[in-house]
Design a protein around this ligand. Sequence first.
Ligand code: NAD
Ligand code: ZN
Length: 259
Amino acid sequence: MGQASNGLREAQAAMRDALAAARRVVVFTGAGISTECGIPDFRSPGGLWSKNMPIHFDEFVGSEDNRIEAWRRKFAMEEHFAGAEPGRGHKAVAHLVLKGKVSHVITQNIDGLHQASGVPEEKVIELHGNGTYATCLDCGERCEHAWVKIEFDRTGRPPACPRCAGLIKSATISFGQAMPEREMMRAREATLGCDLFVSIGSSLVVYPAAGFPIMAKQAGASLVILNREKTELDDIADLVLNEDIGTVMAPLAHGRNEP
Ligand code: NAD
Ligand code: ZN
C-alpha cells in the first residue's frame, strides 16, 4: 500500500526526494494538471462535460446529424477554453524535461498545454490525440479548427476534406476509436525505459492509458501518484500524494527544491 502524505510540505519533500533518487523519469498526466488553467476535469461539478460530452466514434461516422452535433459541442467547449495557459504543474514538468530528468511526458490530455509550456514536441506522447486542430479520417490531412468553424457557420455543416472529400474530425481519440498505434508504441518504450513513473492528475480509470503505470511497476520502476482524490491504482503505488498539483509541483519549476 502506498504511503499517504500528511501535509503539503511533506508532499513537496517526498516528490523532490523521489525525483532525486531516480535516473530516468516518465511523467504521465491527466485532466487534473489542467484544472488550474480553467479546463475542468470530467468529475468536477459545473456540468460542462456532461452538457458537451464527446460523441462516440461510431455515432460520429454514422450520421451527419451527429457530426453537426459533435462540432457544435466542440466549438462550445473551445469558447470556454480558448486562451488557457500552462499552469504550475505544466511549468514544473517542462523544467524537469529540459534539464534531462524526465525523458517523456505521456498525457491523456488533449489541450496541448505541455507543448505550450515548452516541452519539445518529440518528448510529448498524446494518447488521446489533440483537440486544438482537426484531421481527415481518410487521408490524415490536417485542418485548422478556425477554417472548419468558418465553413460550419457559413453552411451549417462541417466541411469535407479539401484533399479527398473524407470526414473531418477533431484530432482527438473518441470513445470507440482505435488508439493511435505510434503513440501507444512510444508510450510503451518510454515506460519500459524509466525507473520512476509519476502519475499526475489522473483518476486512472480510463484504459488502455491507465495500463502504463501498471506496466511501469511490472517492469521494476517505482510509481508515484499525485492526485487530490484516491485513484484506482493507489494500492500498487510506492508513494501516494493526495494534494493540490500546482502547489506540490511549483517549487520544482524554479530550481528551488532541485531534485
Ligand atoms: P479525470 O477527470 O478522470 O481525473 C482527474 C483527476 O484529477 C481527479 O481524480 C481529480 O481529483 C484530480 N484533480 C483535479 N484537479 C486537481 C488538482 N488541482 N490537484 C490535484 N488533483 C486534481 O481525468 P483523466 O484521468 O485524465 O481521465 C479523463 C479523460 O478525459 C482522459 O481520457 C482525458 O483525455 C479527457 N479529458 C481531458 C481534458 C484536458 O485535455 N485537459 C480535460 C477533461 C477530460
Ligand atoms: Zn482527406
